[in-house]
Design a protein around this ligand. Sequence first.
Ligand SMILES: *[C@@H]1O[C@H](CO)[C@@H](O)[C@H](O)[C@H]1NC(C)=O
Ligand SMILES: *[C@@H]1O[C@H](CO)[C@@H](O)[C@H](O)[C@H]1NC(C)=O
Ligand SMILES: *[C@@H]1O[C@H](CO)[C@@H](O)[C@H](O)[C@H]1NC(C)=O
Ligand SMILES: *[C@@H]1O[C@H](CO)[C@@H](O)[C@H](O)[C@H]1NC(C)=O
Ligand SMILES: *[C@@H]1O[C@H](CO)[C@@H](O)[C@H](O)[C@H]1NC(C)=O
Ligand SMILES: *[C@@H]1O[C@H](CO)[C@@H](O)[C@H](O)[C@H]1NC(C)=O
Ligand SMILES: *[C@@H]1O[C@H](CO)[C@@H](O)[C@H](O)[C@H]1NC(C)=O
Ligand SMILES: *[C@@H]1O[C@H](CO)[C@@H](O)[C@H](O)[C@H]1NC(C)=O
Ligand SMILES: *[C@@H]1O[C@H](CO)[C@@H](O)[C@H](O)[C@H]1NC(C)=O
Ligand SMILES: *[C@@H]1O[C@H](CO)[C@@H](O)[C@H](O)[C@H]1NC(C)=O
Ligand SMILES: *[C@@H]1O[C@H](CO)[C@@H](O)[C@H](O)[C@H]1NC(C)=O
Length: 867
Amino acid sequence: MGWFKLFCFLGGFVFIHLVHGQNQSGFISIDCGSPANSNYSEAFTGINYISDAAFIDTGISQKISAINKGSFQQVWNLRSFPEGIRNCYNISITQGTKYLIRGTFLYGNYDGLSKLPQFDIHLGVNMWDTINITVMSLYFFTELIHVPYQNYLQICLVNTGLGMPFISAIELRPLNSSTYVSNFGSLALSYRVDVGSGTAYRYPDDVYDRIWLPYSENNWTNLSTSDTVTTNNSYKIPSVVMSTASTPINVSAPLKLSWYTGNATSEYYICMYFSEVVKLKANQSRSLNITVNGKHAYGPFTPKYLETFKVYSKSILEIAPKYDILISKIENSTLPPIINAVEVYSVIDLSQSRTDKQDVDAVTNIKSTYALQRNWEGDPCLPRAYSWAGLNCSYDSIKPSRVTSLNLSSSGLTGVISTNISNLVMLQYLDLSNNSLTGSVPDFLSQLQNLRVLNLEKNQLTGTVPTGLIEKSKNNSLLLSVDANLNVCGSGSCKNKNNIVVPVVASVGGLLILSLIVAAVLWGLRRKQKDENKAESNIQTMTIESLESIQQHFTFADLIRITNNFERILGKGGFGNVYHGYINDTQVAVKVLSLSSAQGFQQFQAEVKLLMRVHRNLTTLVGYCYEGTNMGLAYEYMANGDLDAHLSGKNANILSWETRLNIAMDAAQGLEYLHHGCKPPIIHRDVKTTNILLNENLQAKLADFGLSKIFPTDGDTQVSTLSHVAGTPRYLDPEYSITYKLTEKSDVYSFGIALLKIITGRPVIERSHENTHISQWVRIMLDKGDIQNIVDPRLHGDFNANSAWKAIEIAMVCVSSTSTNRPPMSEVVVKLKECLTSELAERGDESNYSVEMVNMNMITKLNPLAR
Ligand SMILES: *[C@@H]1O[C@H](CO)[C@@H](O)[C@H](O)[C@H]1NC(C)=O
Ligand SMILES: *[C@@H]1O[C@H](CO)[C@@H](O)[C@H](O)[C@H]1NC(C)=O
Ligand SMILES: *[C@@H]1O[C@H](CO)[C@@H](O)[C@H](O)[C@H]1NC(C)=O
Ligand SMILES: *[C@@H]1O[C@H](CO)[C@@H](O)[C@H](O)[C@H]1NC(C)=O
Ligand SMILES: *[C@@H]1O[C@H](CO)[C@@H](O)[C@H](O)[C@H]1NC(C)=O
Ligand SMILES: *[C@@H]1O[C@H](CO)[C@@H](O)[C@H](O)[C@H]1NC(C)=O
Ligand SMILES: *[C@@H]1O[C@H](CO)[C@@H](O)[C@H](O)[C@H]1NC(C)=O
Ligand SMILES: *[C@@H]1O[C@H](CO)[C@@H](O)[C@H](O)[C@H]1NC(C)=O
Ligand SMILES: *[C@@H]1O[C@H](CO)[C@@H](O)[C@H](O)[C@H]1NC(C)=O
Ligand SMILES: *[C@@H]1O[C@H](CO)[C@@H](O)[C@H](O)[C@H]1NC(C)=O
Ligand SMILES: *[C@@H]1O[C@H](CO)[C@@H](O)[C@H](O)[C@H]1NC(C)=O
């Protein structure tokens, strides 16, 4: 039935052979709490472990109470964290490599208190796992498969008030990037079992040092072979793992693997490994068929003798509270089903972006410059609950967090004011008061455009206050205080040898009010962030297409190959160029993320998340690259480019009225799907004709979800967006720019504008007509009763007036200035469908007639002969 939780008994591993000096290329093996600079080769595995001292500043080295020499040496020591809520390791790694990352924990009553702790482990700013130590003498491990996009990895232990965090070992193993591919997100190990075995295995049997735990069930029987089972792929499943297997005792019964997710909305990947371990007789056969929760997943297939066959769910399993995997024999198989090994992974989103790099580097350098003895570890701003003491940050769901306030008052700072501060360009509040800072007040402080409060009181600064600061202080854009310094002068000469306060003296009241404003702004941002987090978590409940998709994860080298070294540019998108390419023989459009794009990374994530999940009338994402700073997305190639090019006359072919209606219909259906087919609904945010793409059959699909946001449905369908107004201004809901409230109705407005453009072929803003907006122009024409001239003159009247009238009507109601008057997209789709039917009814049968006409012509030609 249910599978056991992951843990190992001390000494539960049996290693038959000791192979030293095998290739551990790229392994990072850290024994936490072992003496600084020490290293050793572990006796059972031959893996070389090093001390953790070089990777962390905090915590205390401890030893477990009784060492069992039959256990791995890396768990004999541990590092515990009595101080600080969050303590982080910082480990240099190879950027863009796929790693298996494992944390190992053995409490072993190191503190003599017999108190079992529970705490969290984070990977950078992302939650990784909750470690619940439930048995004193067992060791627990948690594993991820993840591709870090930086050249270092931060692993943080977080005290959640349920006991003191500790860690025994950290192990990183590079994997072949073609293994364990997930469409989105990283993978967290749920189960990894070697069926029918009595022993656990890891390195050196497993070259990737995966830990395989033995597994069998009461009504299963064991099979094994002493021959070598070969694995002919990059997963390199060890022969010892593949050489044991199980079949059901009841030969007609299926093998059943089940696990519960309870309430969790986790998504899973499963890898099953099969190999025939019995030499079959001529009249014997073993063919299997796999179902997942009653749905056919794979098969029938026949495991080959002594060869590993891998069945991997190429995309996420459908979300369910319980998973039942049934491996059955097919009817004419004479032998029962078999299974040799199984891995189950849940999808974990580790993509939350960290604080802006420039800010992180600046505060990290400030920490080292002043040798600050604070617990400044991990990301400075994130997660918010653990942001560094003395810092305030801006939080925004699209842009990375920025440091907006730095308070190093009374921190024993010596030396000059660090130039690193000049890199904190978003700084609004800087307090360096009550330290022993020397030297002058540097001019770079006046270059900080956002600085509103600068407190340099009670230091030993000398010299002249830069004129830039004095100017700002005079026009009240800066509250400056240099009281109680050795000798600081204003722009004039130093007349007085005593402490001089030159700039406009800010009253205490003024300072307070300004701080309140800053606090209010931060509070506003904070509230917004919270709402959006809530929305984010709802994404899990969206409908997902199940197994067998073609989505793929590419390396940057693949992208170079696919695009033939970025040979042909198709266009420039919101965050980078789009290139033409080929995957095998299929054309694709590859969007490459340009690093200079400030919002790039977040947009990239948003797009991947959404595109992997939505399909209908939306450009399909066929793959992505996410390798360090190189990121790209491969979409299905839309041969006819964007609709705007067709309407603006850049493309010689004039789209017929019927084609236009079909395109409008396709786009409306795409939008309707986002609004009503996705849970929670998705607002596109940037509906416009350049984001409607056409394939070779002039079928339309919506593109560019970079600006899309998920928003909650629980009665509150409004998202308040403070700082960033998304979308293209001319298509933007006028209500939105007043209320800053965004609903699906904003998309309906933008769609209405796009529809007007489809009908008229005119630009949204007519420069030659006093910048008249397209909706105003149509309104004027309607008032004049001039419907004929609204429709694109290039159609030369070749359209049905009735359907044109209907289309204009739909567009105009969509662009109503009050959102409540706009119809939902479902209604727009219905109306457009009617419009299309009336067009087809009036003229559509023409195509049928024309066929008949051809026939009639032939008859006419043949007639003379018949006569
Ligand atoms: C085998 O045992 C499991 C529980 O251990 C049970 O769920 C399953 O139905 C059994 N199968 C057969 C064929 O008896
Ligand atoms: C270890 O493997 C790496 C890559 O597989 C190879 O480059 C290196 O030469 C190997 N080292 C040894 C000692 O075999
Ligand atoms: C291991 O320690 C020895 C000295 O004890 C040192 O020479 C060697 O470089 C260390 N190896 C590693 C990988 O740190
Ligand atoms: C972590 O290590 C990386 C690479 O060694 C370094 O660039 C970075 O500054 C370190 N971060 C912190 C917070 O120490
Ligand atoms: C941790 O384990 C204990 C003992 O099994 C259990 O009572 C507790 O509910 C667990 N906590 C969590 C959060 O799973
Ligand atoms: C299969 O092997 C495991 C491990 O050696 C053992 O615990 C189990 O009893 C065996 N099952 C049968 C049916 O022999
Ligand atoms: C590996 O697989 C390929 C293709 O399935 C096959 O041609 C080759 O013989 C296999 N190699 C081994 C060693 O099994
Ligand atoms: C990864 O596996 C693929 C397929 O087995 C192989 O072609 C490639 O060389 C491997 N890469 C590395 C770095 O071992
Ligand atoms: C599911 O989880 C939510 C929040 O974690 C909780 O409120 C709810 O009661 C849970 N439902 C069940 C059936 O466990
Ligand atoms: C495999 O299973 C599916 C779903 O249960 C079933 O439709 C199909 O007929 C099975 N195939 C064979 C060969 O039994
Ligand atoms: C049944 O077995 C025969 C011979 O082994 C095979 O040709 C046939 O495809 C099998 N039928 C099914 C449904 O797999």
